[in-house]
Design a protein around this ligand. Sequence first.
Ligand code: SF4
Length: 397
Amino acid sequence: MKSAHGNSNVTELLARAQALHHDLRFENVRAWKERNGGLAVGYLPVYVPRELLWAMNVLPVGVVGGGDQVEIIRGDAYYQSYICHLPRSTIELGLNGALDVLDGVLFPATCDVIRNLSGMWMMQFPDKYVHYLDVPQDFDTGVGGAFYRHELLEIAGALEARGARPLTDAALRAAIAAYDANRREIEALYELRRREPWKVPTHELYLVLKAGLVLPVDEHTMMLEDYRRLVIRDDARRPLDQARMLITGSFCEQPPIGLIKTLERAGCYIVDDDLVAVHRWIRGDVASLAPGQPPLDALVEAFLRNGVPSAIRYIDQDKKGRDLVERVRASGAEGVVFCAASFCDPALLDQPMLVGALDAAGIPWTSFKYAENTGQFQVIREQAGTFADSIKLWSGA
Ligand code: SF4
């Protein structure tokens, strides 16, 4: 039986998501531009307000490096050896023409590496639009909010100058509604996974989330709805005796899918994570945040009030780790796996404070690092498997 949107089975749907994952020349973005005549603008992790772009008929395209599919030939020459992998493969994609379809790229203020990458992009691709999105770390509406508003209007002005539709309140409201629907559907999937993780294996969810980096938002929401409907009624998905884990630290450079599969095969049900974090960066609906005000105010308030606690967002020292402990409780996780990209300063500098919070709460944890192109998982399998077994044997869960 066909689902409401045309995916007749989960295998077909995942094949589509997998094809998008492997398409590093962004053919679907090219096709969208031909169909719609709009611009396509890339964005680096972790968060940009995609609603603003979409309201101007600009397709936001998530750029998360080349994963394990790109051979780095020139990218290494741009960076020292002791930084993460994502910027090398991103610049490689730029230099080999894979990102030519993008009319510009937004570089959010995630870390120094991404800031430096924005400077390289300006020099390498002088004809493309480049904006370093300097997000506030002050969350007062009149201070950080005013600054952020100014940043958003500057982006809107630059896009309009390059041929995008002018930003209007009506279009921004519609775009916010579209992304709110997308966030609700993603939250519904995460809720289903918390309840019945055997229905939503994370290596599948990961592909479906990644598809949302390149698909128009409405199309992605339909894919999410289809996936949830199909897996709910799939009785072949039966529970196994696995340990429930929360994985954290993977908010920027993304782990290879083989690593996610390895964790699952090692006996872990992943019941919460920060993978493909742009989708869950804002908690809850945006539309309701500034009633009676222009929709741009709601977008600003969403960033100030409803952004998730994270290593790249200012959090008072005494609150560090509180959110992680709450997420462990809410997800019913029995342990935490710190799973961060090698040399990821934001994730790794926060880790000791998060470990302190977990230790104080009596929550077991383990940690390892990866690169997006890691290909050997045996050591991780042994470590994760031992951790999962020890939880099952000795946690009393
Ligand atoms: S993986 Fe970490 S260090 Fe590398 S670009 Fe992302 S946030 Fe920065």
